[in-house]
Write a protein of this length. Structure first.
Length: 461
């Protein structure tokens, strides 16, 4: 068992977001920012993870309910970061080892930065190790004041002298602490400062004055440790995370024609030699095979694509599976557990919901296929509609292998079309069609000769 305990601070109000939603639940590159922090923290394999909540604590807790292994403590009122850490004392005071402290609003943090922090902290035998970075715009951050090269203290923007404000080395708000004696030291922090808050960074000068070792880890790329305090920072940190993901995929053999307009969530996988055109979004756990092409304007959410599948322009594919070599779109909508078989084709203005379209089958134009089980090598004519909902229940339409459904057909579920059967154009199918049969329901056509001429005469009389 690891002797690292993680604490994530997420009790603050996030005033500068001007939002009714807790700051840490705002999404960055497709998921709540605190989820990114949790993902990085888990890579340390910590003995425990404690989240300090306060402002809208119930909402934060609810959003993280799926993470079974988290501890929550409530900080009420919120009197500063040192006060926030003290709320974890009942849970952590009897633990040994180190405590890694993170902020819920620093989502770009990489697991490697955290691993480096833990390692340097251990090797130095430090009481506190602070993550720092040099930034061009230090405004708003605590500044690292050094003395003979060693960190002496951290001064907050609002308490800093003009000379201190000129310092460009900033406190990332990420620390490792030796647990032994930690809470006693934190308790000695006062609130005699511009914000009347208990500042956790004050621990640096307290430890230095007590003659204890305080180390720093300086990250080269400040993008890693940017905190989010406003909507503008939300957008820029999101952009940074997406760029990082796109770069990883390109390095692994994926062609991304225009990374600036390509939105790929962190947990998405894409196989080599797949080509992604501009303006594509790949979201929430989507898995794309190799050698696929995804054309502009398409959005895939929680979906899986087999190798060599093609998504043409402007499709929406959610919670669905597309088989190898299948072709979707343009302008198709697959949702709620649609399952398109290998080499099948879904054409323009076709919607599939909770429907299996078997291997090699085609629905090329203007159809709604809902709650249907369609076999292999079936042809679905233009304008075919499964009438799956009777106002009360959803019913299943079954179409067996090799069947041919003529254009403009309505299939009133529950109904089955047998293997190799043929449904004539414009048929309303209310009863099962046996295998190999032809089904027609339209009445016999009648032509009235000379009708147009007669009507003209009538209208001029
Ligand atoms: C803090 C640091 C600053 C550092 C910056 C890095 C302090 C006093 N300052 O400033 O040196 O450069 O982070 O991003 O620590 N929180 C609580 N309870 C509280 C107050 C805050 O849980 O009572 C949480 C917030 O929800 C947030 C984190 O602590 O997740 C940081 O608080 P925030 O107010 O954003 O601190 P900064 O002003 O950014
Ligand atoms: Ca902050």
């Amino acid at each position: 068992m690891s002797d690292v305990h993680v604490v994530i601070l997420a009790a603050g109000k996030g005033t500068r977001m001007k939002s009714a939603r807790p700051k840490v639940l705002h999404e960055v590159a497709g998921r709540p920012m605190i989820e990114h922090v949790l993902a990085a923290a888990s890579r340390l394999s910590p003995a425990s993870i404690t989240v300090v909540v306060g402002h809208q604590g119930e909402a934060v807790r609810g959003a993280l309910a799926a993470h079974g292994h988290l501890e929550f403590v409530v900080q009420e009122p919120q009197l500063g970061t040192a006060h926030a850490l003290l709320t974890t004392e009942p849970l952590l005071r009897d633990q040994s080892g180190s405590l890694v402290l993170l902020s819920g609003d620093v989502p770009a943090l990489s697991a490697s930065t955290l691993q480096q922090l833990a390692k340097i902290h251990r090797h130095a035998g430090a009481a506190t190790t602070v993550v720092t970075s040099h930034v061009a715009e230090p405004h708003g951050y605590g500044r690292i004041v050094r003395d003979g090269g060693k960190i002496a203290r951290i001064v907050e923007e609002k308490d800093a002298s003009p000379a201190e404000r000129a310092i460009t080395e900033i406190n990332a708000g990420i620390y490792a602490f030796e647990l032994a004696g930690l809470f006693d030291a934190v308790r000695s922090i006062g609130a005699a400062n511009a914000q009347r808050e208990y500042y956790l960074p004050d621990l640096v000068s307290i430890h230095r004055q007590a003659g204890r070792v305080v180390e720093t880890v300086t990250v080269d790329d400040a993008a890693d440790i940017l905190g989010i305090n406003s909507r503008a920072e939300l957008a820029s940190v999101s952009r940074g995370l997406r760029q990082r993901k796109n770069a990883e995929l390109m390095a692994a053999g994926v062609t991304i024609e225009d990374p600036a307009t390509t939105f790929i969530d962190q947990d998405v996988e894409v196989g080599a030699d797949t080509i992604i055109k501009p303006g594509v979004s790949l979201e929430r756990g989507t898995r794309i095979g190799s050698d696929c092409v995804i054309h502009s304007g398409s959005r895939l959410v929680g979906s899986t694509l087999g190798d060599k599948a093609v998504i043409l322009n402007h499709c929406v594919v959610s919670d669905s599976i597309v088989g190898a070599g299948a072709s979707i779109g343009p302008f198709a909508h697959l949702r709620g557990d649609a399952h398109v078989g290998p080499r099948a084709k879904v054409g323009n203005f076709v919607e599939l919901k909770k429907t299996v379209l078997g291997q090699g089958s085609k629905a090329s134009h203007l159809s709604y296929l809902g709650d249907a089980v369609i076999g292999a090598d079936v042809n679905i004519g233009a304008g075919t509609i499964t009438c799956n909902y009777d106002g009360v229940r959803k019913q299943v339409t079954t179409i067996a292998d090799g069947a041919f459904i003529g254009s403009h057909t309505q299939l009133i579920a529950p109904v089955t079309v047998g293997e190799g059967a043929y449904v004539g154009t414009g048929t309303t199918i209310r009863e099962n069609v046996p295998p190999g049969a032809l089904a027609v329901s339209a009445g016999k056509q009648r032509n009235i000769e000379g009708w147009v001429e007669q009507r003209k005469k009538r209208n001029t009389e």
